[in-house]
Design a protein around this ligand. Structure first.
Ligand code: NAG
Ligand code: NAG
Ligand code: NAG
Ligand code: NAG
Ligand code: NAG
Ligand code: NAG
Length: 564
């Protein structure tokens, strides 16, 4: 009897503990990606950097403001906010700041940095204190080759006094993303062909997308950027050699103007070289920045770190291209929803953010032994970014007609509902397309992507002083499209107009008005699940918008006309 009473007491006590803990990211995938091995328990005095996403104010107001400044039909189109104005809108309430600060102070955490919008707090502490602060967290050091990260292998919880004031805590779970550029060498039968076909270079792209010699940047206040999170670096000497080899026939720069973050030594990364070389060939003669952000500390999340940087710099480039992406189903809803608000903040400032749509077609996830579904990728699936898919030349020996690149990422979000700006375009596709996969594989009500496309196959890149052929993937098409938007910004700024900002509302509105702004891609399908039902086929390109190549690839003179 006595025994069972004490068991009951202990049981109630446990219930109490469970009740009073709040887990902000219960669905976040905690598994280390392939290659990362747990090495040791973090020493109790080792440094940990925690990033607190503080609850923002006026998120609904921000959302309607973004709609107003991005919609060409609105009287507020192009009336962007300064970072200071954005701060007044979204900064956390005094109550939120007070509650979080006193909770941290109670744990002896005093070393914290804020950012200009006031909605993130980044604090340094030691492993033991961090585990007491966030019950459930259990820090391990993981290694992969000579790289190491510190992550928790179990979910963290928040004290009830602060749970409503914090969206999520960064620095515990998400591993650095390691998506690599593809290298697709064609088979033997192409050997003869390579003699004729020189692969994709700046002059091929400029010819295909109708850029003339004079289509280069001219405005001193225009700028563009690409961001790297792969512990990769570009070498200025590679860029310079690339331009000497492939930069004939148009005015361009040989140097990056500004590197934000660490540019380590060592070997250059193919991905880093690709981004810089191609954004500077399309957005030629435009000041270019590189956000090279490997994460300064082993417990930071590089992508999150970049988002913080954006909100901590009042003067930054207008166009940003990024090739980072993760499976939606591996990320917590709290993380994705908050990052989506960060994209709204960028849109409110007039920044154009472009993400690669991914290199796995529709993707595939096994949900049970018998059942597969497609696998959307985030941030490609955010309704507040412009997502870029991929194409290849139908005849690889001629600079003409483009078809679907079978790797081009695309599909429908399971997290974000379909935004108004794309409803009629997507419904038309769903209604009229004949070759559709079964409905059980995708979510017809979700945000559909990509929005646009560009060539993604068979690029030349100079890396570590060597020209490398057959570089492929949507991480090639994204800087190409970004550079073209920078040229359009240049013309707009010159005419006293606002920069393009968040492009999608204007983009989907072009339909009908100006059908020549894009080369519509109507042939080919992308890949998906290798199963009996879909036989590795995802969606197929179709006339007008489709979830493989979006609206198609840019015809610069017409796109410029349509967006002026
Ligand atoms: C942590 O403690 C160990 C021994 O207790 C000591 O050797 C080490 O230098 C300490 N590390 C730091 C970062 O203070
Ligand atoms: C934001 O910028 C300020 C001023 O440059 C700096 O002191 C602060 O540390 C930055 N915040 C973070 C989180 O890096
Ligand atoms: C774009 O280039 C194609 C050939 O590459 C040409 O047929 C077309 O007229 C050009 N369009 C414009 C608007 O310059
Ligand atoms: C290149 O850009 C600069 C301003 O950054 C401008 O002065 C110059 O005229 C441009 N070159 C050409 C060929 O347009
Ligand atoms: C560039 O920006 C600066 C600062 O905003 C401004 O003073 C200058 O007039 C601008 N230059 C041109 C050519 O518009
Ligand atoms: C489909 O997408 C909506 C958002 O548009 C979401 O609320 C819903 O949960 C998704 N369904 C599935 C099965 O994931």
């Amino acid at each position: 009897m006595k025994h069972s009473v004490s068991v009951l007491v202990v049981f109630c006590f446990l219930i109490n503990i469970i009740d009073s803990r709040i887990f902000p990211e219960p669905e976040q995938n905690l598994k280390a990606p392939e290659g990362w091995l747990p090495a040791e328990r973090l020493a109790s005095n080792d440094t940990v950097v925690l990033t607190f996403a503080l609850k923002q104010q006026n998120v609904e107001k921000l959302e309607s403001l973004v709609r107003a400044v991005s919609d060409p039909d609105s009287p507020h189109y192009g009336h962007y906010l300064s970072l200071e104005e954005l701060r007044s809108l979204v900064q956390p309430s005094g109550e939120t700041l007070g509650a979080v600060r006193s909770w941290l102070k109670k744990h002896g955490i005093l070393q914290c940095d804020s950012i200009m919008t006031g909605d993130f707090l980044q604090c340094q502490t030691d492993g033991r204190t961090a585990e007491l602060l966030l019950p459930g967290a259990h820090f391990i050091r993981y290694r992969k080759g000579d790289k190491s990260v510190v992550r928790s292998n179990s979910p963290y919880s928040l004290d009830p006094t602060v749970a409503e004031h914090i969206d999520f805590v960064g620095g515990l779970h998400r591993f650095p993303n390691e998506k690599k550029v593809l290298r697709r060498k064609k088979g033997k039968s192409d050997e003869v062909a390579t003699k004729f076909h020189l692969g994709v270079t700046p002059s091929v792209l400029r010819q295909r997308y109708n850029l003339s010699i004079s289509d280069v940047g001219t405005h001193p206040n225009n700028s563009q950027a690409c961001a790297q999170f792969l512990e990769q670096f570009f070498h200025p000497a590679d860029l310079s050699e690339f331009m000497s080899l492939f930069g004939g026939g148009f005015e361009h720069r040989y140097e990056v103007d500004h590197v934000v973050g660490q540019q380590g030594g060592g070997r250059a990364g193919l991905e880093a070289s690709l981004d810089v070389e191609y954004i500077m060939s399309m957005g030629a003669n435009i000041s270019t920045w590189v956000f090279s952000n490997p994460g300064r500390h082993e417990s930071q999340e590089p992508f999150l770190q970049w988002m913080l940087l954006l909100s901590n710099m009042s003067s930054i480039p207008w166009v940003h291209t990024i090739s980072y992406g993760d499976d939606e189903d591996s990320l917590s809803a709290a993380f994705m929803q908050r990052i989506n608000v960060e994209f709204m903040k960028a849109a409110a400032r007039g920044l154009t953010i472009l993400f690669a749509s991914g290199d796995d077609g529709a993707g595939c996830r096994q949900v049970s032994k018998e059942r597969n579904v497609f696998r959307p990728s985030f941030p490609a699936s955010s309704p507040y970014v412009t997502t870029v898919g991929g194409t290849s030349f139908k005849n690889p020996f001629q600079v003409t007609y483009e078809v679907t690149d079978y790797i081009s990422g695309g599909g429908f979000s399971n997290v974000f509902p379909m935004p108004d700006y794309q409803v009629s375009a997507v419904l038309e596709y769903l209604k009229s397309s004949v070759k559709m996969p079964p409905e059980s594989y995708y979510n017809r009500s979700g945000r559909a992507y990509p929005d646009v496309a560009a060539l993604s196959d068979n690029y030349w890149v100079v890396t570590n002083r060597v020209p490398i052929p057959w570089v492929s993937g949507t991480s090639a098409s994204t800087p190409v499209f970004g550079g073209i938007l920078s040229l359009i910004n240049d013309q707009r700024i010159k005419r006293g107009l606002s920069p393009l900002g968040f492009l999608n509302p204007a983009l989907y509105r072009l339909r009908g008005n100006s059908t020549n702004a894009f080369y519509d891609v109507t042939h080919g399908c992308h890949i998906s699940c290798l199963d009996d039902q879909v036989l590795a086929q995802g969606f197929c390109a179709a006339p007008s918008w489709d979830p493989v190549t979006g609206w198609g690839t840019p015809n610069y003179p017409e796109l410029l006309k349509a967006l002026l």
